[in-house]
Design a binder for this molecule. Structure first.
Ligand SMILES: NC(=O)c1ccc[n+]([C@@H]2O[C@H](COP(=O)([O-])OP(=O)(O)OC[C@H]3O[C@@H](n4cnc5c(N)ncnc54)[C@H](OP(=O)(O)O)[C@@H]3O)[C@@H](O)[C@H]2O)c1
Length: 254
């Protein structure tokens, strides 16, 4: 028996990085997937690969800042597969970096909308679908940045990501009595498009690796393993938690 046998799962941010790795892993574990992001071609390729391996997936391209998109993803999970068990709300952006006075209001709002408001919108439509089944697991990709570490130049990103932890705790308390769990997944540095954009010189990459106790950043597949745990019934008594999967970046002082 695979770990997500017959579970219906939405994954946002599936066109690359952690979401892409999670989609591949979840499909191998028997999930029926609705995958989202803005880039249609990448989503189509992913769906093609999953189907070629015998998995089940369908894509819907869109922008997680749009309420209609959050609603449409859940609608597709219903029409294609018959309901929803797991919402892996993973899409995110780094946004503009720099000291706070130099960040424009528009840039601040874009990062908050992409990372935090999208999590709220995802939950807003995913929760009623989960209530129909009497169970469910919400997962929000947050970050160590803003939770355990104050990284200079990342005010909007940190605020959005720590806001997701607060959202997680409230949803876990509100919906725990009705069988729905909510957890935040807090990766350390992970080798994705986002990390490569942030650390775009050998010196920057070496610096970021050195921040971690393991002296490296993660492969997206390593983070996907914890998402799998949170999506599956193996985590049936885990809710309201901020789960650090950070290679020790939070405890490291060397
Ligand atoms: N990499 C790290 O070091 C790290 C560390 C901690 C937390 N995280 C978090 O992990 C999550 C995944 O990021 P990643 O590292 O895997 O980077 P990534 O490869 O850049 O993936 C980001 C994903 O989010 C999607 N996305 C961004 N803005 C979107 C929008 N407005 N609407 C819909 N989709 C959108 C992107 O797809 P499209 O461009 O196709 O829309 C892409 O699939 C993010 O929430 C990030 O903050 C990453």
């Amino acid at each position: 028996m695979t770990q997500l046998e017959n579970k219906i799962v939405i994954i946002t941010g599936a066109s690359s990085g952690i979401g892409h790795a999670a989609a591949k892993l979840f499909a191998e574990e028997g999930a029926k997937l609705v995958v989202g992001a803005r880039r249609q071609v990448e989503l189509d390729t992913l769906v093609g690969e999953i189907r070629a391996s015998g998995g089940q997936a369908i894509a819907l391209a869109g922008d997680v800042r749009e309420e209609a998109y959050a609603k449409a993803l859940v609608g597709l999970a219903h029409t294609e597969f018959g309901g929803l068990d797991v919402g892996f709300n993973n899409a995110g952006q780094l946004g503009d970096l720099g000291e706070a006075p130099g960040i424009t209001l528009a840039s601040w709002q874009e990062t908050l909308e992409t990372n935090l408001t999208s999590a709220f919108l995802g939950a807003k439509y995913q929760l009623p679908a989960m209530l129909e089944r009497g169970s469910g697991s919400l997962i929000f990709t947050s970050s160590f940045v803003g939770y355990t570490v104050g990284m200079p130049g990342m005010a909007a990103y940190a605020a959005s990501k720590s806001g997701m932890v607060g959202l997680t705790k409230v949803l876990a308390a509100e919906y725990g009595p009705r069988g729905i769990r909510a957890n935040a997944l807090l990766p350390g540095g992970t080798n994705t498009e986002m990390a490569r954009a942030h650390s775009n010189t050998p010196e920057a990459r070496e610096f970021v690796c050195g921040l971690h106790a393991l002296k490296r950043i993660a492969r997206p597949e390593e983070i996907a393993q914890t998402a799998l745990y949170l999506a599956s019934d193996a985590s049936s008594f885990t809710t309201g938690q901020a789960i650090l999967v950070d290679g020790g970046v939070s405890i490291n002082r060397t």
